[in-house]
Design a protein around this ligand. Structure first.
Ligand code: 5AD
Ligand code: SF4
Length: 452
């Protein structure tokens, strides 16, 4: 049996895509390996969000090429595929700069992988067209064992691409226009996952709450409506979704946070900046106060909510005052978790053309202050759960023998002293202590969600 090694970078969408590629190649006789050295096929599933993403891929390809040479010396063949958003952005350039690469395939084309690998026997190939047909229709269904090996919490892609064109972001160029999958296809996939033991679904998409898929009756369904339907799938106890845009939080979705017990009280809703001037330059189409008011409305529907956001510091033209506006917004809103980055120009995006770039030293200083505040908020949130009793979905064995690890409704990692419980079970846990990266607790009983 041939072996495939997939290295995935970046967001959850890439994790999902990597799994689909593995499913696809399983039907071609490939089994997955976690050791690159023993792989007959190496796939780098790349991400273009971070700085110097393409350069990092080229240097990784240098290392893979060495491996290919070593294996060649031992009489073994290694084929190399570059997939994901760097593949989409760089295209042919990859074949030119990295002679060891056999196939370059974009995120909308990986269903063609078997055919591309075949074709590459004659001539190295690039496939980065945005196809008209739906790649999901061409993907094989994963086996029950494959699903089980991936755990009780699964990602499910419900939409792809983005039409928002924030001026710093490459996603609209690499993932293309916003497309929603039909409800029936999503339900089918959800039932399959649940049938194999999955308890928690995280619906993913670059702009997931812009979801507007075709319902079984031909009408257009919003994310709120879809969540209600998915909550009825037997076995599914928990639902989450990510990543959202503030402009797409409609009333139906906000109401779902109030009405749907399966929808976890956690929301990742990136604001990026607290300065109206910068938000405007970012083309975010909302102000700081509009975000504050939106959060108030969501918290009214679901007061018990862990909020999370992405932040960018040092966007071109950002002054000290703009930055203080961001710090104020963080202080006003309060975040349980967050991701924050220094702005870095992405070739081809409008912000990369702005002349007033902020110096590296200023960016570093602002990021340190921002992260300090966010870290204090995160720890305060975690400490606030000590003494409470929370439902924990058990996902895997814990760090030490006799322990198990799982997630709280707020997506906190929780370690419990027990090995009596089954993975996939939801137990109620009294939180006894908050460590720096996880909570610790004692099992107090079966979770209220256990019967779902
Ligand atoms: N520079 C810095 N951060 C960026 N992000 C996206 N593009 C850039 C960029 N050019 C961040 C945003 C986004 C997250 C996924 O990555 O905060 O929400
Ligand atoms: Fe990028 Fe998100 Fe803005 Fe879309 S909404 S352009 S994915 S940052």
């Amino acid at each position: 049996m041939k072996k495939v090694f997939v290295k995935s970078y970046g967001c959850q969408m890439n994790v999902y895509d990597a799994e689909r590629m593995a499913d696809m190649l399983a039907t071609e006789g490939y089994s997955e390996t976690k050791a690159m050295e023993e792989a007959d096929l190496v796939i780098l599933n790349t991400c273009h969000i971070r700085e110097k993403a393409a350069e990092k891929v080229y240097s990784e390809l240098g290392r893979v090429r060495e491996l290919k040479k070593e294996r060649e010396a031992a009489g073994q063949e290694t084929r190399i595929v570059v997939a994901g958003c760097v593949a989409q952005a760089e295209g042919k350039e990859i074949l030119r700069r990295a002679p060891a690469v056999d196939v370059v395939v974009g995120p909308q084309n990986y269903h063609n992988l078997p055919a591309l690998l075949q074709k590459a026997r004659a001539e190295r190939v690039v496939d980065t067209e945005f196809p008209v047909e739906d790649k999901f229709d061409h993907l094989p269904k994963p086996s029950k064992t494959a699903i089980r090996n991936r755990g009780v919490s699964a990602f499910l892609t419900i939409q792809e691409g983005c039409d928002k064109f924030c001026t710093f972001c490459v996603v609209p160029y690499t993932r293309g226009a916003e497309v929603s999958r039909p409800v029936a296809k999503i339900l089918d996939e959800a039932m399959r996952l649940a049938d194999a033991g999955v308890r928690e679904l995280t619906l993913i998409g670059q702009n997931v709450n812009a979801y507007h898929g075709e319902g079984p009756d031909g009408s257009v369904w919003s994310l709120g409506r879809l969540l209600h339907r998915l909550a009825e799938v037997p076995g599914i106890a928990r639902l989450r979704y990510t990543t959202s845009h503030p402009r797409d939080m409609d009333d139906e979705l906000i109401a779902a946070h109030r009405d749907l017990p399966a929808l976890m009280p956690y929301l990742h809703l990136p604001v990026q900046s607290g300065s109206d001037r910068i938000l405007d330059a970012m083309n975010r189409k909302h102000t700081g106060d509009e975000y504050r008011r939106l959060i108030e409305r969501i918290r009214k529907a679901q007061p018990d909510l862990a909020l999370s956001s992405d932040f960018i510091v040092g966007f071109p033209g950002e002054t000290d005052e703009d930055f203080e506006d961001t710090m104020r917004l963080i202080a006003d809103v309060g975040f349980a978790s967050s991701f924050s980055f220094k702005y870095s120009p992405r070739p081809g995006t409008p912000a990369a053309e702005i002349e007033a770039q902020v110096s590296e030293a200023v960016k570093a200083e602002r990021l340190a202050r921002l992260q300090n505040l966010l870290e204090m908020q995160r720890q305060a949130f975690n400490r606030g759960t000590v003494g409470r009793t929370l439902d924990v979905l058990l996902e895997k064995p814990g760090r030490h023998p006799g322990q198990m690890a799982g997630k709280s409704p707020y997506l906190q990692a929780v370690q419990i002293e027990s090995d009596r419980h089954a993975i996939g079970e939801i137990v109620t846990v009294r939180i006894t202590q908050a460590g720096s990266n996880s909570l610790f607790g004692e099992v107090a009983g079966s979770g209220s969600q256990a019967a779902a």
